[in-house]
Design a protein around this ligand. Structure first.
Ligand code: PMP
Length: 303
């Protein structure tokens, strides 16, 4: 495959039918988003956030892009901004993986840390403060920007439909951080499969099922506030997954399927297996594996 730039390699990731005996002989299909050039599902978002800002005139020549991020969005935004020679500042809570931060810097972004105890809410506040101080700056703000679910509605959802070649989807089971991936893919898939159940996944320590907010080891999913995008779809249920179970499946995926997947993928698989218990025989679940385990090796993901 000859390409003229790295952006042409974003998307068109494989959809892997897992070799797993799930309850009720349910089939589980996982979209392998670690195959994107920046290593995650968020490359799709980076491009859409930057191109949406350019189209709307919010980004012009030399606009400084400022974004609060747990890491993968930062990599996606830094990659996309490079195409337009835009400077990037990423506001990252300290706790997130070193690998992601090293990659953001390698792409040319500057990192500003906020205390882990203030969570993503602290990073959002800091990004807005910086934007008020820096002339000609723009905060795409993935947590509220409709260009976030739109990125997945336009690319990831249609790809899954095309990959499946007519196979029906009984349920989508996908994690939520900003909620953009889950909402955009749900909207695209439900146009094709109106009866599809939309089930999202959160770690213990996230609030969607009414739990108390606390720290968790799973990275990338979990919310401190209900994503505003959730208003535009019907959610059938939320599966809350513990760190231990997610990391069990991270190891299982490497050892049994040859798949290096991060902890939000492990959580998604655990949730898919749980959902399978209540589905009719031979149903089809689609899930999304957002990134690779390789960006969490320093955190002992396989220990
Ligand atoms: N998994 C990982 C590893 C992520 O980085 C993210 C994005 N924070 C997600 C899942 C969730 O994606 P979204 O923000 O679209 O809900």
């Amino acid at each position: 495959m000859l390409v003229n730039n790295i952006y042409q390699t974003i998307g068109n990731t494989p959809l892997l039918k897992l070799d797993i005996t799930a309850p009720n002989d349910v089939n589980i299909y996982a979209k392998l988003e670690m195959f994107n050039p920046g290593g995650s599902v968020k490359d799709r978002l980076g491009v859409n956030l930057i191109e949406d800002g350019l189209k709307k005139g919010k980004i012009t020549k030399n606009t400084t892009i400022i974004e609060p991020t747990a890491g993968n969005t930062g990599i996606g935004v830094a990659l996309a901004a490079q195409k337009y020679h835009l400077p990037v500042k990423l506001v990252v809570p300290e706790k997130f993986s070193q690998e992601k931060q090293i990659l953001m810097k390698a792409l040319g972004a500057q990192i500003i840390h906020t205390p882990s105890s203030q969570g993503i809410t602290g990073a959002i506040k800091k990004a807005q403060e910086l934007a008020s101080e820096i002339e000609n700056s723009y905060v795409p703000l993935q947590f509220r920007n409709p260009a976030n679910p739109e990125a997945y509605y336009k690319t990831l959802g249609p790809e899954i439909i095309a990959d499946l070649k007519g196979i029906n989807v009984t349920a989508l089971v996908a994690g939520s951080g900003s909620g953009g991936t889950f909402v955009g893919v749900t909207q695209a898939l439900q146009e094709k499969y109106p009866d599809m159940q939309a089930i999202t996944v959160e770690p213990e320590g996230s609030i969607l099922n009414g739990g108390v907010e606390h720290d968790h080891r799973i990275e990338g999913i979990g919310v401190e506030f209900v994503p505003p995008f959730f208003n535009s779809i019907n959610i059938d249920s939320v599966e809350t997954i513990s760190d231990d179970i997610a990391f069990y499946y991270v190891k299982w995926l490497a050892k049994n399927q040859g798949v290096f997947a991060g902890s939000s993928s492990g959580a998604a698989l655990a949730a898919a297996l749980r959902v399978a218990e209540s589905l009719p025989d031979n149903s089809n679940i689609v899930t999304i594996f957002p990134d690779s385990s390789e960006r969490y090796l320093s955190k002992g993901i396989y220990d």
